[in-house]
Write a protein that binds this ligand. Structure first.
Ligand SMILES: *[C@@H]1O[C@H](CO)[C@@H](O)[C@H](O)[C@H]1NC(C)=O
Length: 216
């Protein structure tokens, strides 16, 4: 009986650890990414701590407006571990998002991060959709100073419904959140997903799928 409890405890501990298997709690003050290393680990290898400088924890540029002259009318400026090496292993990052009038940050997911966003300027309609089978759409109009959270992995978007430009700042619970933009992933896959598959999946004619594939 006692042996069984020990085994159960061991199994629970093992799985408990697995649950935190990505971006684990750091075991040192920091692990500034050494982008020159050829060693690949979960994240990036640590730079020699004696060589670490203030600039490893610094990024400048979020005061600059992103170029929104593109078909969706938005631009995301990322500050991930790639841009700020000191974020390596720390499980956090941020972005600035610029929106042209009526611009959208199109439906997308972050496979590794929950996002918390605040509006700095303008008015945004934001929303996310819950998992199958409910696919409940949860949305809200945000004014300057409002804050909204997008749970990890869920499809979400923002749209500028104001008359002028809009700006948001968001924090993400990963040093490398990953972004999967739905339209690009589905219709812009390289090489492309078979039109038959997409026609059936979206319940439309194959010519509609081909038209969409041409756009990405
Ligand atoms: C913004 O992007 C567009 C499209 O790529 C480009 O033509 C334009 O020169 C860019 N504007 C600036 C200020 O960089």
């Amino acid at each position: 009986m006692f042996n069984k409890l020990i085994i159960l405890g061991f199994v629970a501990l093992t799985f408990g650890c697995l649950a935190f298997a990505y971006e684990p709690k750091p075991l040192q003050d920091f692990c500034v990414a050494d982008s020159n290393s050829l060693v690949h680990v979960n994240g990036q290898i640590c730079k020699d701590p004696t060589q670490v400088q203030a600039d490893d924890f610094f990024f400048s540029g979020l005061h600059l407006r992103g170029n929104t002259s593109n078909p969706v009318g938005s631009k995301v400026t990322q500050v991930f571990a790639t841009q700020l090496p000191g974020l390596n292993t720390l499980g956090i990052s941020m972005v600035r998002i610029d929106y042209a009038p009526w611009g959208i940050n199109p439906p997308h997911t972050h496979p590794r991060a929950t996002e918390i966003l605040t509006v700095i300027e303008g008015t945004l309609e934001v929303g996310f959709v819950t998992s199958n089978p409910n696919n409940h759409f949860i949305s809200k109009v945000l004014q300057k100073g409002d804050v909204f959270a997008f749970p990890v992995g869920l499809v979400h978007f923002q749209r500028n419904i104001g008359k002028g430009y809009a700006v948001a700042i968001a924090g993400l619970s990963s040093q490398n959140p990953g972004t999967i933009t739905i339209a690009n992933a589905v219709f812009g896959a390289d090489p492309s997903i078979s039109g038959d598959v997409l026609a059936k999946a979206f319940q439309v004619d194959k010519s509609v799928v081909e038209q969409l594939q041409l756009k990405f």
